[in-house]
Design a protein. Structure first.
Length: 342
């Protein structure tokens, strides 16, 4: 059911929580929210910023900047270090806080640190969250973090949790547009499959280009397989490392991807278009139920997310999906074992 619809025709204030709110990704997102670029100029917001004690001073500065924007969107802000206070009464929770992958850190160490965080997050949601809350997991590994969070909030439906794959979706749209000399807005129905990792697979098999005459052309008929299976995949899988190597973090594009994801989740997608989200599988495309796997999805105007079914996939694509599933399966098994130890 739509968050905005549930709030009534008077457009009651939308309550949004951001964890890791003092970070650069959150800062980029907060600007879009406060300017009305995500939910509209007439939708008032109350923003709750959750972070560690050392970040409270910096977040106080963010609140002052929001005031200085002189916009009518944000009606109030709360700064807290408490998960329970952060999640109580909010309509949407955006989970950015995590332990980053530091140089020399083994993946098992990263999982151990983050499963502790996301078990505690799930338990807090279970205690205090509204029963219709929407939870977007941004922090990586986002698929597995979403799984752990949902497991420890058992009274919430797993369908209330999604992981961010929109950043890779947007990257793929941009690469296709540049390849064909077109605008990104003319590229539709790209899909990101799988884990948010080096096994994710950007698929343009069903992607289309809007032509000036209103007709649609399949991208696969306009570009060669060598590019879609080679250079495109290489660029998308390596894009984050490329940007991080140049400037330390993917901030602006991640903030925009979060905004795009939220807008689609709340307002819905155009009827003939799909986007990419990491959602719990229901058994489509050979992925067992319950796995948080990036799929092509459509979202109704009421905010219901449905995996696009019935797409014809070739053997190469099936192999990429299974490769990513095996990685996710092993990662999830380890993460859940680690979470149980905390």
């Amino acid at each position: 059911m739509s968050v905005l619809k549930d709030l009534g025709s008077a457009r009651a204030t939308l309550h949004i929580c951001i964890t890791g709110a003092a970070g650069r990704i959150a800062y980029s997102l907060i600007q879009s929210l406060a300017k009305g670029h995500v939910f509209g100029q007439d939708q008032q917001l109350h923003l709750t910023f959750m972070d560690v004690e050392q970040a409270k001073e910096a977040l106080g500065g963010v609140v002052l900047e929001i005031q200085d924007l002189a916009r009518n969107v944000v009606t109030g802000c709360t700064i807290t270090t408490s998960l329970d206070e952060a999640f109580a009464g909010v309509d949407i929770a955006i989970l950015i806080a995590s332990v980053p992958h530091l140089k020399g850190m083994e993946r098992a160490d990263l999982l151990a640190a983050n499963t502790k965080i996301f078990r505690a997050t799930g338990e807090a949601l279970e205690r205090v969250a509204k029963r219709d809350i929407k939870v977007l997991v941004v922090a990586n590994p986002c698929n597995t973090n979403a799984l752990v969070t949902a497991k420890y909030a058992p009274s919430l439906s797993p369908t209330q949790f999604t992981g961010l794959s929109m950043l890779d979706h947007n990257r793929s749209v941009s690469q296709v547009a540049m390849k064909l000399g077109r605008r990104p807005a003319e590229v539709h129905n790209v899909t990101i499959w799988g884990n948010h990792s080096h096994t994710m697979y950007p698929d343009v098999t069903h992607a289309v280009i809007s032509e000036d005459n209103g007709k649609l052309s399949y991208v696969s008929e306009l570009v060669e397989n060598e590019w879609t299976r080679g250079d495109l995949v290489k660029v998308i899988r390596g894009r984050a490392n490329d940007i991080i190597g140049r400037r330390g973090m993917t901030t602006m594009s991640t903030g925009q991807a979060i905004a795009d994801h939220l807008r689609d989740w709340v307002f819905g997608t155009p009827s003939e278009q799909h986007v990419s989200m990491a959602v719990p599988s229901t058994g489509e495309y050979g992925i067992p139920p319950g796995v948080f796997f990036s799929h092509p999805v459509k979202v109704s105007k009421e905010g219901k997310v449905e995996i696009v079914s019935g797409l014809q996939l070739n053997s190469f694509t099936h192999e990429r999906l299974q490769e990513s599933y095996r990685e996710l399966r092993d990662e999830a098994d380890l993460a859940l074992k680690l979470a149980a130890q905390h």
